[in-house]
Design a protein around this ligand. Structure first.
Ligand code: SF4
Length: 238
């Protein structure tokens, strides 16, 4: 069942989460200011975001950090070069990111799409990106937000897990509903979307992990998962 997208209470909760994370987490040097950590040297520069958005699928960010320089060192730095590159060579360059066969085809498809459909100053349409094989909601929104500065919130698995654990949404929240919730609650500002998403990722990696470290969490006083655990402990102590 689709989640109810918005109540005043939910808006207040989402805004409070942002503020508590912004105030409570240490500065993250790997994603300064929430911007995509570009190494540079790609033309156009958003190509690096496009590549990273695909390479990060189902793998750790560290593998993307290893793969992007590898592509660069092999001269795969323009749409034309990526599109022209023989499949086997592209697969070899992408291998450290895992699922390299599938990702190679997705990247080829994206390079072809951009070469055919947009001029260097153009902005792709979300529905056109989503029509490409291997491009899901998260990949499309990452490309649009970080590559083209479009206000599209990236409601990735970390965001949805956080909303669920906090008790803001139910257990079956889907991407589209979580995205709508964030976008309904926040001002439509690219910088805010980037910063918030970066904070959620940082929090998910450092604190709200698979096994959460609730004792270190700036959100615990309002978190249903934490409070349930506390109530259980209190009952056991009685
Ligand atoms: S209190 Fe625990 S479960 Fe709740 S958001 Fe923080 S780390 Fe996650």
């Amino acid at each position: 069942m689709a989640e109810t997208p918005l109540t005043g209470e939910r808006t207040a909760s989402i805004l409070a989460v942002f503020q508590l994370l912004a105030d409570g987490l240490p500065p993250d040097r790997s994603w300064p200011g929430g911007d995509w950590p570009l190494i540079g040297g790609f033309k156009p520069d958003w190509l690096e975001v496009v590549l990273g958005s695909v390479l990060t699928q189902n793998t750790r960010w560290e593998n993307v950090e290893n793969t992007i320089p590898r592509m660069k060192s092999r001269g795969l730095v323009t749409l034309e070069e990526v599109h022209r590159c023989p499949l086997g060579e592209l697969e070899s360059a992408i291998r450290p990111a895992g699922f390299f066969r599938q990702k190679t085809r997705t990247i080829k498809g994206l390079a072809g799409f951009f070469l055919r459909h947009i001029d260097p100053n153009g902005i792709p349409r979300r529905e056109d990106l989503l029509a490409l094989k291997g491009v899901g909601f998260e990949t499309a929104d990452s490309i649009l937000l970080y590559g083209f500065n479009r206000p599209e919130f990236v409601a990735d698995a970390y965001s949805r897990r956080l909303l669920r654990r906090l008790g803001i949404v139910g257990p079956n929240i889907e991407y589209a509903d979580a995205k709508l919730l964030f976008e309904s609650c926040l001002k439509q500002e690219v910088h805010l979307y980037k910063t918030f998403h970066a904070l959620i990722v940082q929090h998910a990696k450092q604190i709200c992990r698979k096994r959460p470290l609730c004792g270190q969490c700036p959100l615990r006083q309002d978190c249903q998962t934490y409070l349930r655990g506390q109530r259980k402990l209190d009952r056991e102590a009685e």
